[in-house]
Design a protein. Structure first.
Length: 231
């Protein structure tokens, strides 16, 4: 619309300028041709010259105004061009806005679908978090159970080791005890044999003395006991 108006205005301006130039040229030609007649008979053409002068002045003013109008029209034409470009930009922006508005329901539906998916994902995330907490608890329990079993195995190993040490110590103590008992029995048996031998010797002496003298001599203690004298 602005382009057609601008073209029509430019055509009118050109036609109007061409017409004014044609009239100016004709008036100058008429003035040049009438000067000799005026010089020959000035009283007859005074009124006509006055009318022509006024005509030329009016046409000069009209030409000047037309020129100013042409300049103003050029300025207006530039403004129209700028306004047309601005309107084209606005029209393009409006077209884009309309396209975006037409696609807005689809965008809103997609946004609702995305919101629903986000809500579903939030539920999944909460469930996954609870399962991760449960898994962490199970891992802690398994770790504690493993640690406990390790200590139990260490304790069992320590018990077996100490049991073996105790058994070895018992064997060693039993062996030493048996040796000591055997040594004590041997010493006791040796002392008994020695004491029996002493008694036998004393008895034999008493028997010999009794057979020879008819009485037994009083003896001192033998092995801590007093001697018995028999007559």
């Amino acid at each position: 619309m602005f382009e057609n108006f601008r073209e029509k205005l430019h055509m009118v301006q050109q036609d109007f300028t061409t017409g004014l130039k044609t009239l100016g040229d004709k008036s100058r030609d008429t003035k040049v041709k009438t000067r000799p007649r005026f010089e020959e008979s000035p009283p007859l053409f005074t009124a006509g010259l006055e009318i022509l002068r006024r005509y030329e002045e009016n046409w000069f003013l009209l030409h000047k105004r037309t020129k100013d109008g042409a300049q103003d029209a050029e300025a207006v034409d530039g403004d129209i061009v700028m306004l047309s470009a601005h309107w084209e930009r606005r029209r393009t922006a409006l077209t884009q806005l309309q396209e975006q508005l037409r696609s807005l329901p689809v965008f809103v539906s997609e946004l609702d679908a995305i919101a629903a998916n986000i809500a579903h994902l939030e539920g999944d995330f909460e469930e996954m978090e609870s399962r991760l907490v449960y898994l962490e608890t199970l891992c802690c329990q398994c770790e504690q159970q493993t640690f406990k079993q390790h200590h139990i195995n260490q304790l069992e190993s320590y018990k077996r080791k100490k049991r073996k040490e105790v058994e070895a110590l018992e064997v060693e103590l039993n062996s030493e005890h048996d040796q000591q008992v055997a040594q004590l029995e041997q010493a006791t048996e040796r002392k008994l044999r020695e004491r029996q031998k002493v008694y036998e010797e004393a008895f034999n002496q008493d028997v010999e003395q009794y057979l020879s003298t008819g009485h037994i001599q009083h003896r001192e203690r033998l092995c801590g006991r007093p001697a018995i004298c028999v007559t």
